[in-house]
Design a protein around this ligand. Structure first.
Ligand code: PGA
Length: 249
């Protein structure tokens, strides 16, 4: 079942998602979370870091797997998702370094890296919650639209749309954004016991409507979530604007 929750502002949407995750951590301290990067989750990470400071979000026994990483970038590269996570979450909460997993974009063998990541994810029992954003082209993690999708962790070629959308982390120069990334596959995302997707801003309204009110198609990877039994979509009013009224609450 897909539940769509619409909040008045992006900040309220980030807060609502953070409260949901904090509550889930209280009920199940051993939670295994899939974590996104990008501009959208910044408000979520700020909110959950604040809840942590207030003693209301405890990551001590949690395990995390980041959804993706740019190929070729080392963890220490300030443009890497690894560096993003360190800045926005890892340095702000009590998540154990041994239980947080980010694909190594600069691994000598990406083939070995994806096998090892997939094994760690399986050993952890898969994801309890995949926390996701949605690309303007409908991608989830770096599972880009196409004629087919890949189930497991893999190396993906990034579309120019996606490279442009990530230019903000590369001084606005989209051609500097790597052409490839390592990413969790659609099977691992759809295998999560729960999915929490956050989308904000009017630039996401069109794709949100296509993904959740249109047909299920690999051309819009996020539309596959319609077939998942436990999905919560958290939107601000702007991102919800093009959804049919019956789907907005
Ligand atoms: P964004 O990225 O939050 O920067 O829009 C979302 C995504 O690509 O999943």
């Amino acid at each position: 079942m897909t539940r769509i929750v619409v909040l008045p502002t992006a900040r309220a949407a980030g807060d609502a998602l953070a409260r949901f995750v904090a509550r889930a951590l209280t009920t199940s301290p051993n939670l295994v979370l899939g974590l996104p990067t990008g501009r959208t989750p910044l408000l979520f990470y700020d909110a959950i870091a604040r809840l942590h400071e207030q003693g209301r979000a405890d990551f001590r026994r949690a395990t995390t797997f980041n959804l993706d990483e740019f190929a070729g970038l080392a963890a220490t590269d300030p443009r890497s998702f690894h560096a993003f996570m360190k800045q926005h979450l890892f340095d702000r909460v009590n998540l154990s370094p041994v239980r947080r997993h980010v694909l190594n974009g600069s691994a000598r063998s990406w083939q070995k890296e994806i096998v090892s990541f997939e094994r760690k994810l399986a050993d952890a029992g898969g994801l309890d919650f995949a926390i996701l954003g949605i690309g303007a082209n409908g991608h989830l993690a770096f599972n880009e639209p196409g004629r087919s999708l890949v189930a497991r962790t893999h190396r993906a070629r990034l579309s120019d749309t996606t490279r442009r959308a990530n230019a903000w982390a590369f001084d606005g120069r989209w051609r500097d954004v790597p052409r490839y990334a390592l990413t969790l596959g659609m099977g691992s995302i759809l295998g999560a016991r729960g999915v929490l997707l956050l989308a904000t801003g009017e630039h996401k309204a069109g794709i949100v409507a296509r993904a959740f009110a249109g047909p299920i198609t690999t051309r819009v990877p996020a539309s596959l979530l319609q077939a998942h039994p436990n999905v919560v979509i958290v939107l601000d009013r702007d991102a919800a604007a093009k959804l049919p009224v019956r789907l907005r609450r």
